[in-house]
Design a protein around this ligand. Structure first.
Ligand code: DAH
Length: 339
Protein backbone atom coordinates (compact mmCIF):
# COMPACT_ATOMS: atom_id res chain seq x y z
CA UNK A 1 0.00 0.00 0.00
CA UNK A 2 2.76 2.36 0.95
CA UNK A 3 4.67 1.66 -2.22
CA UNK A 4 1.53 2.18 -4.29
CA UNK A 5 1.00 5.58 -2.64
CA UNK A 6 4.62 6.55 -3.22
CA UNK A 7 4.26 5.67 -6.86
CA UNK A 8 1.05 7.70 -7.18
CA UNK A 9 2.67 10.72 -5.57
CA UNK A 10 5.73 10.47 -7.73
CA UNK A 11 3.71 10.11 -10.92
CA UNK A 12 1.39 13.01 -9.93
CA UNK A 13 4.30 15.34 -9.21
CA UNK A 14 5.91 14.44 -12.51
CA UNK A 15 2.73 15.24 -14.41
CA UNK A 16 2.14 18.46 -12.50
CA UNK A 17 5.65 19.68 -13.15
CA UNK A 18 5.34 18.89 -16.84
CA UNK A 19 2.04 20.74 -17.30
CA UNK A 20 2.11 24.08 -19.02
CA UNK A 21 -1.47 25.24 -18.70
CA UNK A 22 -4.08 25.73 -15.98
CA UNK A 23 -6.50 23.43 -17.84
CA UNK A 24 -3.99 20.63 -17.68
CA UNK A 25 -3.67 21.08 -13.87
CA UNK A 26 -7.41 20.61 -13.54
CA UNK A 27 -7.26 17.38 -15.48
CA UNK A 28 -4.53 16.14 -13.15
CA UNK A 29 -6.56 17.15 -10.10
CA UNK A 30 -9.52 15.14 -11.36
CA UNK A 31 -7.35 12.17 -12.30
CA UNK A 32 -5.78 11.90 -8.84
CA UNK A 33 -8.11 13.51 -6.35
CA UNK A 34 -11.48 13.22 -8.09
CA UNK A 35 -14.29 10.81 -7.19
CA UNK A 36 -12.93 8.24 -9.60
CA UNK A 37 -9.33 9.35 -9.07
CA UNK A 38 -6.37 7.23 -8.09
CA UNK A 39 -6.28 8.22 -4.39
CA UNK A 40 -9.98 7.51 -4.00
CA UNK A 41 -9.49 4.04 -5.41
CA UNK A 42 -6.72 3.44 -2.84
CA UNK A 43 -9.23 4.38 -0.11
CA UNK A 44 -11.70 1.94 -1.65
CA UNK A 45 -9.08 -0.79 -1.29
CA UNK A 46 -9.02 -0.18 2.54
CA UNK A 47 -11.32 -3.11 3.12
CA UNK A 48 -8.40 -5.40 2.34
CA UNK A 49 -6.20 -3.70 4.95
CA UNK A 50 -5.97 -5.13 8.40
CA UNK A 51 -8.15 -3.04 10.77
CA UNK A 52 -5.25 -1.99 13.00
CA UNK A 53 -3.35 -0.78 9.92
CA UNK A 54 -6.25 1.31 8.61
CA UNK A 55 -5.64 4.57 10.54
CA UNK A 56 -2.05 4.57 9.42
CA UNK A 57 -2.96 3.95 5.82
CA UNK A 58 -5.69 6.62 6.07
CA UNK A 59 -3.14 9.09 7.33
CA UNK A 60 -0.79 8.23 4.51
CA UNK A 61 -3.54 8.77 1.94
CA UNK A 62 -4.37 12.12 3.54
CA UNK A 63 -0.73 13.14 3.45
CA UNK A 64 -0.46 12.14 -0.20
CA UNK A 65 -3.62 14.16 -0.96
CA UNK A 66 -2.28 17.23 0.87
CA UNK A 67 1.04 16.89 -0.85
CA UNK A 68 -0.53 16.67 -4.33
CA UNK A 69 -2.86 19.57 -3.57
CA UNK A 70 0.03 21.75 -2.42
CA UNK A 71 1.98 20.90 -5.54
CA UNK A 72 -1.05 21.70 -7.70
CA UNK A 73 -1.53 25.05 -5.99
CA UNK A 74 2.12 25.97 -6.24
CA UNK A 75 2.20 25.14 -9.94
CA UNK A 76 -1.02 27.04 -10.50
CA UNK A 77 0.61 30.17 -9.06
CA UNK A 78 3.67 29.73 -11.23
CA UNK A 79 1.61 29.26 -14.37
CA UNK A 80 -0.60 32.24 -13.56
CA UNK A 81 2.40 34.46 -12.99
CA UNK A 82 3.98 33.27 -16.21
CA UNK A 83 0.77 34.02 -18.15
CA UNK A 84 0.56 37.51 -16.65
CA UNK A 85 4.16 38.24 -17.55
CA UNK A 86 3.63 37.08 -21.11
CA UNK A 87 0.55 39.28 -21.40
CA UNK A 88 2.34 42.32 -20.02
CA UNK A 89 5.17 41.77 -22.43
CA UNK A 90 2.76 41.48 -25.35
CA UNK A 91 0.89 44.61 -24.39
CA UNK A 92 3.85 46.79 -23.70
CA UNK A 93 3.85 50.14 -25.52
CA UNK A 94 7.15 51.40 -26.78
CA UNK A 95 6.76 55.14 -26.42
CA UNK A 96 9.99 55.71 -28.31
CA UNK A 97 8.57 54.33 -31.56
CA UNK A 98 7.50 56.96 -34.12
CA UNK A 99 3.73 57.58 -34.09
CA UNK A 100 1.48 56.42 -36.94
CA UNK A 101 0.92 59.33 -39.29
CA UNK A 102 -2.70 60.32 -39.80
CA UNK A 103 -2.75 61.17 -43.49
CA UNK A 104 -5.06 64.07 -44.09
CA UNK A 105 -6.30 64.59 -47.63
CA UNK A 106 -6.26 67.87 -49.49
CA UNK A 107 -8.88 70.00 -51.18
CA UNK A 108 -8.99 69.43 -54.92
CA UNK A 109 -8.08 72.38 -57.19
CA UNK A 110 -11.60 72.11 -58.66
CA UNK A 111 -13.04 72.46 -55.17
CA UNK A 112 -10.82 75.41 -54.32
CA UNK A 113 -11.78 77.16 -57.59
CA UNK A 114 -15.47 76.39 -57.06
CA UNK A 115 -15.47 77.66 -53.49
CA UNK A 116 -13.85 80.85 -54.74
CA UNK A 117 -16.53 81.28 -57.40
CA UNK A 118 -19.30 80.54 -54.94
CA UNK A 119 -17.85 83.11 -52.58
CA UNK A 120 -17.80 85.75 -55.32
CA UNK A 121 -21.34 85.12 -56.53
CA UNK A 122 -23.04 84.58 -53.17
CA UNK A 123 -21.36 87.85 -52.24
CA UNK A 124 -23.35 89.44 -55.07
CA UNK A 125 -26.56 87.90 -53.76
CA UNK A 126 -26.68 84.77 -55.91
CA UNK A 127 -28.12 81.46 -54.75
CA UNK A 128 -26.29 78.17 -55.39
CA UNK A 129 -28.65 75.55 -56.85
CA UNK A 130 -28.18 72.02 -58.11
CA UNK A 131 -29.71 69.98 -60.90
CA UNK A 132 -29.64 66.31 -61.89
CA UNK A 133 -26.68 64.83 -63.75
CA UNK A 134 -29.02 62.38 -65.48
CA UNK A 135 -31.33 64.71 -67.34
CA UNK A 136 -34.23 64.70 -69.75
CA UNK A 137 -33.22 65.39 -73.33
CA UNK A 138 -35.98 67.99 -73.21
CA UNK A 139 -34.21 70.06 -70.52
CA UNK A 140 -30.72 69.48 -71.85
CA UNK A 141 -31.72 70.53 -75.38
CA UNK A 142 -35.30 71.34 -76.34
CA UNK A 143 -36.12 73.91 -73.66
CA UNK A 144 -32.79 75.57 -74.38
CA UNK A 145 -33.82 76.22 -77.96
CA UNK A 146 -31.94 73.22 -79.31
CA UNK A 147 -34.69 71.32 -81.13
CA UNK A 148 -34.47 67.91 -82.80
CA UNK A 149 -32.00 68.03 -85.68
CA UNK A 150 -30.26 71.21 -84.47
CA UNK A 151 -26.52 71.03 -85.24
CA UNK A 152 -25.67 72.01 -81.63
CA UNK A 153 -27.04 68.66 -80.60
CA UNK A 154 -24.43 66.89 -82.70
CA UNK A 155 -21.63 69.10 -81.45
CA UNK A 156 -22.18 67.86 -77.93
CA UNK A 157 -21.49 64.16 -78.35
CA UNK A 158 -24.02 62.95 -75.90
CA UNK A 159 -24.27 59.84 -73.76
CA UNK A 160 -27.86 58.71 -74.23
CA UNK A 161 -29.55 56.52 -71.59
CA UNK A 162 -32.55 56.14 -73.89
CA UNK A 163 -34.36 58.37 -76.38
CA UNK A 164 -35.53 60.77 -73.68
CA UNK A 165 -32.82 60.63 -71.04
CA UNK A 166 -29.20 61.75 -71.31
CA UNK A 167 -26.19 62.38 -69.13
CA UNK A 168 -26.38 66.16 -69.23
CA UNK A 169 -23.86 67.71 -71.60
CA UNK A 170 -24.00 71.11 -69.89
CA UNK A 171 -25.30 72.69 -66.68
CA UNK A 172 -27.62 74.92 -68.73
CA UNK A 173 -30.69 72.66 -68.14
CA UNK A 174 -30.65 73.94 -64.54
CA UNK A 175 -31.57 77.33 -66.05
CA UNK A 176 -34.79 75.85 -67.44
CA UNK A 177 -35.54 74.00 -64.20
CA UNK A 178 -35.04 77.16 -62.13
CA UNK A 179 -37.16 79.35 -64.40
CA UNK A 180 -39.98 76.81 -64.44
CA UNK A 181 -40.26 77.00 -60.66
CA UNK A 182 -41.82 80.41 -61.35
CA UNK A 183 -40.12 82.33 -58.54
CA UNK A 184 -38.83 85.68 -59.78
CA UNK A 185 -36.46 87.42 -59.78
CA UNK A 186 -33.69 84.80 -60.24
CA UNK A 187 -30.05 85.16 -59.36
CA UNK A 188 -28.38 81.80 -59.24
CA UNK A 189 -25.26 79.84 -60.05
CA UNK A 190 -25.34 76.09 -60.53
CA UNK A 191 -22.14 74.07 -60.38
CA UNK A 192 -22.02 70.44 -61.40
CA UNK A 193 -20.71 67.58 -63.42
CA UNK A 194 -21.38 67.26 -67.13
CA UNK A 195 -20.65 64.50 -69.64
CA UNK A 196 -19.60 64.35 -73.25
CA UNK A 197 -18.44 61.50 -75.37
CA UNK A 198 -14.94 62.95 -75.73
CA UNK A 199 -11.59 61.19 -75.86
CA UNK A 200 -9.31 61.85 -72.90
CA UNK A 201 -6.39 64.15 -73.61
CA UNK A 202 -4.62 67.10 -71.97
CA UNK A 203 -7.67 69.34 -72.46
CA UNK A 204 -10.62 66.89 -72.72
CA UNK A 205 -12.38 64.45 -70.47
CA UNK A 206 -15.69 62.62 -70.92
CA UNK A 207 -16.71 64.01 -67.55
CA UNK A 208 -15.92 67.50 -66.34
CA UNK A 209 -17.57 70.35 -64.45
CA UNK A 210 -19.29 73.60 -65.30
CA UNK A 211 -20.70 76.46 -63.34
CA UNK A 212 -23.86 77.90 -64.84
CA UNK A 213 -25.16 81.36 -64.01
CA UNK A 214 -28.58 82.90 -64.53
CA UNK A 215 -30.13 86.25 -63.70
CA UNK A 216 -33.77 87.08 -64.57
CA UNK A 217 -35.46 90.27 -63.49
CA UNK A 218 -37.18 93.34 -64.87
CA UNK A 219 -34.93 95.59 -66.98
CA UNK A 220 -31.84 93.36 -67.02
CA UNK A 221 -29.59 94.47 -69.89
CA UNK A 222 -26.32 93.50 -71.49
CA UNK A 223 -24.72 96.19 -69.31
CA UNK A 224 -25.65 94.13 -66.23
CA UNK A 225 -24.06 91.07 -67.82
CA UNK A 226 -20.84 92.97 -68.59
CA UNK A 227 -20.63 94.63 -65.21
CA UNK A 228 -21.25 91.40 -63.31
CA UNK A 229 -18.83 89.27 -65.28
CA UNK A 230 -16.13 91.95 -65.28
CA UNK A 231 -16.40 92.14 -61.50
CA UNK A 232 -16.27 88.34 -61.31
CA UNK A 233 -13.08 88.31 -63.42
CA UNK A 234 -11.42 90.98 -61.27
CA UNK A 235 -12.22 89.07 -58.08
CA UNK A 236 -11.04 85.77 -59.51
CA UNK A 237 -7.90 86.85 -61.37
CA UNK A 238 -6.93 90.16 -59.76
CA UNK A 239 -7.97 93.80 -59.67
CA UNK A 240 -6.13 94.75 -62.92
CA UNK A 241 -7.90 92.13 -65.00
CA UNK A 242 -9.63 93.50 -68.09
CA UNK A 243 -12.37 91.70 -69.98
CA UNK A 244 -13.29 91.54 -73.64
CA UNK A 245 -16.50 90.22 -75.18
CA UNK A 246 -16.40 88.55 -78.59
CA UNK A 247 -19.66 87.87 -80.46
CA UNK A 248 -20.51 84.19 -80.48
CA UNK A 249 -23.51 81.95 -80.90
CA UNK A 250 -25.38 79.87 -78.37
CA UNK A 251 -28.91 78.68 -79.17
CA UNK A 252 -30.28 79.74 -75.78
CA UNK A 253 -28.92 83.30 -75.70
CA UNK A 254 -29.32 86.26 -78.06
CA UNK A 255 -27.03 88.07 -78.38
CA UNK A 256 -24.31 85.66 -77.26
CA UNK A 257 -20.68 86.26 -76.50
CA UNK A 258 -17.51 84.69 -75.28
CA UNK A 259 -15.62 86.54 -72.61
CA UNK A 260 -11.83 86.76 -72.54
CA UNK A 261 -9.78 88.04 -69.62
CA UNK A 262 -6.48 89.87 -70.00
CA UNK A 263 -3.66 87.42 -69.38
CA UNK A 264 -2.87 87.50 -65.68
CA UNK A 265 0.65 86.22 -66.35
CA UNK A 266 1.85 88.96 -68.69
CA UNK A 267 -0.81 91.58 -68.00
CA UNK A 268 -1.89 91.51 -71.65
CA UNK A 269 1.48 92.01 -73.37
CA UNK A 270 1.44 88.50 -74.77
CA UNK A 271 3.31 85.49 -73.45
CA UNK A 272 3.49 81.72 -73.82
CA UNK A 273 0.63 81.34 -71.37
CA UNK A 274 -1.82 83.32 -73.53
CA UNK A 275 -0.20 82.11 -76.77
CA UNK A 276 1.03 85.62 -77.45
CA UNK A 277 -2.47 87.12 -77.70
CA UNK A 278 -2.64 88.79 -74.28
CA UNK A 279 -6.12 87.32 -73.79
CA UNK A 280 -7.50 84.09 -72.34
CA UNK A 281 -10.99 82.80 -73.13
CA UNK A 282 -12.88 81.84 -69.99
CA UNK A 283 -16.63 81.63 -70.51
CA UNK A 284 -19.70 81.78 -72.73
CA UNK A 285 -22.58 84.12 -72.00
CA UNK A 286 -25.49 86.06 -73.42
CA UNK A 287 -28.95 87.51 -72.94
CA UNK A 288 -31.46 84.72 -72.34
CA UNK A 289 -33.31 84.07 -75.60
CA UNK A 290 -36.97 85.26 -75.43
CA UNK A 291 -38.07 81.91 -76.80
CA UNK A 292 -36.32 80.14 -73.89
CA UNK A 293 -38.05 82.46 -71.40
CA UNK A 294 -41.37 81.67 -73.04
CA UNK A 295 -40.80 77.89 -73.03
CA UNK A 296 -39.99 78.09 -69.33
CA UNK A 297 -43.12 80.05 -68.47
CA UNK A 298 -41.68 83.57 -68.20
CA UNK A 299 -43.18 86.51 -70.10
CA UNK A 300 -40.37 87.97 -72.27
CA UNK A 301 -42.25 91.28 -72.42
CA UNK A 302 -41.97 91.75 -68.66
CA UNK A 303 -38.67 90.08 -67.91
CA UNK A 304 -35.19 89.80 -69.37
CA UNK A 305 -32.04 88.14 -68.15
CA UNK A 306 -28.53 86.99 -68.81
CA UNK A 307 -26.77 83.69 -68.47
CA UNK A 308 -23.25 82.36 -68.52
CA UNK A 309 -21.42 79.07 -68.39
CA UNK A 310 -17.89 78.53 -67.10
CA UNK A 311 -15.76 75.39 -67.34
CA UNK A 312 -14.60 74.72 -63.80
CA UNK A 313 -11.55 72.68 -64.81
CA UNK A 314 -10.56 75.42 -67.20
CA UNK A 315 -10.56 77.94 -64.35
CA UNK A 316 -8.62 75.59 -62.06
CA UNK A 317 -6.04 74.81 -64.75
CA UNK A 318 -5.56 78.50 -65.52
CA UNK A 319 -5.50 79.72 -61.95
CA UNK A 320 -3.05 77.11 -60.75
CA UNK A 321 -1.09 76.90 -64.02
CA UNK A 322 -1.63 73.19 -64.49
CA UNK A 323 -0.94 72.15 -68.06
CA UNK A 324 -2.64 68.76 -68.24
CA UNK A 325 -6.27 68.22 -67.28
CA UNK A 326 -5.65 64.52 -66.57
CA UNK A 327 -3.69 65.48 -63.46
CA UNK A 328 -6.97 66.72 -61.98
CA UNK A 329 -8.49 63.24 -62.12
CA UNK A 330 -5.62 61.16 -60.76
CA UNK A 331 -6.09 62.41 -57.21
CA UNK A 332 -2.45 61.89 -56.41
CA UNK A 333 -2.01 63.51 -53.00
CA UNK A 334 1.50 64.69 -53.94
CA UNK A 335 -0.05 66.66 -56.80
CA UNK A 336 -3.07 67.92 -54.87
CA UNK A 337 -0.97 69.14 -51.93
CA UNK A 338 0.58 71.84 -54.12
CA UNK A 339 -2.53 73.99 -54.22
N1 DAH B 1 -23.74 75.54 -72.01
C1 DAH B 1 -22.66 76.12 -72.79
C2 DAH B 1 -21.68 75.02 -73.14
O1 DAH B 1 -21.66 74.01 -72.51
C3 DAH B 1 -21.99 77.22 -72.01
C4 DAH B 1 -22.85 78.44 -71.93
C5 DAH B 1 -22.75 79.45 -72.87
C6 DAH B 1 -23.75 78.57 -70.90
C7 DAH B 1 -23.54 80.55 -72.79
C8 DAH B 1 -24.56 79.71 -70.82
C9 DAH B 1 -24.45 80.71 -71.79
O2 DAH B 1 -25.45 79.89 -69.87
O3 DAH B 1 -25.22 81.80 -71.69
O4 DAH B 1 -20.90 75.21 -74.04
Amino acid sequence: MKEQLEKIKEEAVKQIEASDALDRLNEIRVAYLGKKGELTSVLKGMKNVAPEERPKVGQMVNEARAMIEAKLEETKQILARRAREAQMKAEVIDVTLPAKKANVGHRHPNTIALEEMERIFTGMGYEVVEGPEIEYDEYNFTKLNIPEGHPAKDEQDTFYINKEIVLRTQTSPVQARTMEKGKLPIRMISPGRVFRSDEVDATHSPSFHQVEGLVIDKNITFADLKGTLAEFARELFGEETKVKFRPHHFPFTEPSAEMDVSCFKCGGKGCRFCKGTGWIEILGCGMVHPHVLEMCGIDPEGYTGFAFGVGLERIALLKYEIDDMRLLYENDIRFLKQF
